[in-house]
Design a protein around this ligand. Structure first.
Ligand SMILES: C[S@@+](CC[C@H](N)C(=O)[O-])C[C@H]1O[C@@H](n2cnc3c(N)ncnc32)[C@H](O)[C@@H]1O
Length: 224
């Protein structure tokens, strides 16, 4: 399972079994977070029957489980944090999805060519962990046939202050974790350049939820 390099996002150094099990417990009790739920509903509204999913930085697999319940055919996940992948695979088996879920540990940017293209690709609160946003987002777009769903921090003064505070705390505690506020216009430029158009889904105080649809007539990635 641990067949790829872990990544520079710092998460693998911070999140372990305790956090993954706590996230799963919360998900079983309350369902997905509100922004994750908004993203899932927007994807389902596009038509998900028989579709394939690639969930990057998928955590405990909430998006995969919800979309499989809604009719998706299969889900691939990749996460830099091994504990999340372990918990996702256990939960997939418990829900009877063992045959339809594959999950790998590693940095998607390094592993991207090894993943089959999928109808839907998701990045839920992942770009904010990763320094090289253009590499992460462009490789995600390359693997997406129809849709990319993304949740990322809004560019607001309060998020900028929060990011500074997290950086300072990480520097003081020698933690590699950063909360990166990549300009939304830069994220948008990568997707538009890759043949997608933006559809705003929702936002809350912290996060923005966006669905990118591949423009009609754009060449879609093929398997192999
Ligand atoms: C804040 S968590 C979000 C998890 C999940 N998507 C959710 O919303 O609950 C970010 C996750 O992305 C993973 N991650 C960050 N950069 C990654 C990369 N380049 N490749 C794979 N996983 C990555 C981290 O290991 C971490 O589990």
């Amino acid at each position: 399972m641990n067949d790829g390099p872990t990544c520079d996002c710092g998460c693998a150094n911070v999140f372990g079994t305790r956090e993954a099990e706590a996230d799963l417990k919360r998900y079983r009790r309350k369902g997905p977070d509100s922004t994750t739920k908004a993203l899932i509903e927007a994807i389902v509204a596009e038509g998900i029957e028989g579709a394939t999913l690639l969930d990057i930085g998928g955590g405990i697999g909430a998006i995969a489980f919800e979309l499989l319940e809604a009719g998706a055919a299969s889900a691939q996940s990749v996460d830099a944090t091994e504990a999340y992948v372990t918990v996702e695979l256990q939960e997939a088996a418990r829900r009877g999805f063992a045959e339809r879920v594959t999950a790998r540990v590693g940095d998607f940017v390094a592993l991207a060519p090894e993943f089959e293209p999928a109808d839907v690709v998701t990045l839920d609160k992942v770009v904010c962990c990763y320094l090289d946003m253009p590499a992460l987002v462009s490789r995600a777009a390359e693997r997406a046939r129809r849709l990319v769903g993304i949740v990322f921090p809004r560019e607001t003064w309060w998020n900028r202050i929060a990011a500074r505070l997290i950086d300072t705390w990480s520097w003081l505690t020698r933690s590699p974790v950063r909360w990166r506020l990549h300009p939304p216009a830069d994220i948008d430029r990568v997707f538009v350049g890759a043949g997608f158009e933006r559809h705003e889904v929702s936002r809350d105080l912290i996060w923005r939820v966006v669905l990118y649809r591949r423009r009609i007539g754009e060449v879609t990635p093929t398997n192999g």
